[in-house]
Design a protein around this ligand. Structure first.
Ligand code: C2E
Ligand code: MG
Ligand code: MG
Ligand code: MG
Length: 283
């Protein structure tokens, strides 16, 4: 009812609202413990170079094994982390774990480039570059084996600040990729001035690749090429979508059709079974 009353009305502080606030505060305190005590884990989703079928990378995706509620996905707890000053410690843990795992795979003869999702909050606090360096050094990882992913909207919030940090990261050898591209309504002129390596085309466009969204994908691919960037199609779920995004000239593809997010050991087995290369011509 408070919602229906509209934005300009005083919200009634209902018992349901109080409960939901209490739930969030409790979730935040449990999350703080999980970050400190190893309650989080990373799953890794393959990234495939479409010209060769080679699995060139993975995206690290955080999961939380909650003692009572079971597995909780990032859409539910990353916002909680952002609201309770936990996103920096969360991201430091993710960066450290992703770099450590990537170095271990390298030692096992499976070299990949690993993408880590970075919250907009991290750009604002200004510790991103230092946190990335600490993780790389801790793991003894080549910076070229790490990329950071920032969403279109977080990069567009303060493009000058984003550009400056992307430049410093690039000097270190770490590429920045723009996530969920085409899902916001950001200024293209300001976005293309940001020194990114890859535009990750949002799943909502890829899903509709057979319709008018195909023209939008073609435009993003052209935009990337014109600015010296590559492009990646996110959320490829069918052979038809894969064929379409390959035809449209995307450099990379990622999605359930190519590989689901997997625990680290499963990913290593999967890579050994397929020799690190997928046959993309197979339907
Ligand atoms: P994202 O970075 O765009 O990650 C892709 C999401 O799409 C992942 O969901 C992945 O499991 C899902 N996905 C991949 N392929 C397909 C597909 O073919 N179909 C469909 N329907 N979904 C697909 P997930 O793991 O639930 O992550 C959701 C979002 O949470 C991520 O979106 C990212 O924004 C955020 N996130 C994940 N891990 C982290 C993290 O470590 N730190 C931060 N700050 N955010 C994270
Ligand atoms: Mg991402
Ligand atoms: Mg994305
Ligand atoms: Mg997305």
């Amino acid at each position: 009812a408070a919602k229906a009353a509209g934005r300009n009305r005083v919200r009634v502080f209902s018992p349901e609202l109080r409960d939901s606030v209490q739930r969030k505060v409790q979730l935040a305190s449990e999350l703080r413990d999980a970050i400190a005590d190893g309650g989080l884990t990373l799953h890794y989703q393959p990234v495939v170079e479409v010209a060769t079928g080679r699995v060139t990378g993975v995206e690290a995706l955080v999961r939380w094994q909650h003692p009572e509620r079971g597995w909780i996905g990032p859409c539910e707890f990353v916002p909680v982390a952002e609201q309770h000053d936990l996103v920096i410690p969360l991201t430091r843990w993710v960066l450290g774990e992703a770099c450590r795992q990537t170095a271990a795979w390298r030692d096992d003869g499976v070299p990949v480039v690993t993408g880590v999702n970075i919250s907009a909050v991290h750009l604002v606090t200004g510790t991103l570059v230092d946190d990335v360096l600490t993780a790389l050094q801790g793991a003894g990882l080549d910076p070229r084996q790490l990329v950071v992913e920032l969403t279109e909207t977080s990069a567009a919030e303060d493009p000058a600040r984003a550009a400056q940090q992307f430049r410093r990261l690039r000097e270190l050898g770490v590429e920045s990729w723009i996530d969920d591209f085409g899902s916001g309504f950001s200024s293209l002129g300001r976005l293309v001035a940001i020194p990114a390596g890859v535009l990750k085309i949002d799943r909502s466009l890829v899903t509709g690749a057979d319709g008018p969204a195909g023209a939008a994908i073609a435009a993003v691919v052209g935009l990337a090429q014109g600015c010296g960037m590559r492009s990646l199609a996110e959320g490829v779920e069918t052979a038809g979508q894969l064929r379409r995004v390959v035809d449209l000239g995307c450099s990379y593809a990622q999605g359930f059709h190519l590989g689901r997010p997997m625990p680290a050991e499963e990913f290593l087995g999967w890579m050994r079974a397929n020799g690190g290369r997928l046959d993309l011509s197979a339907g």
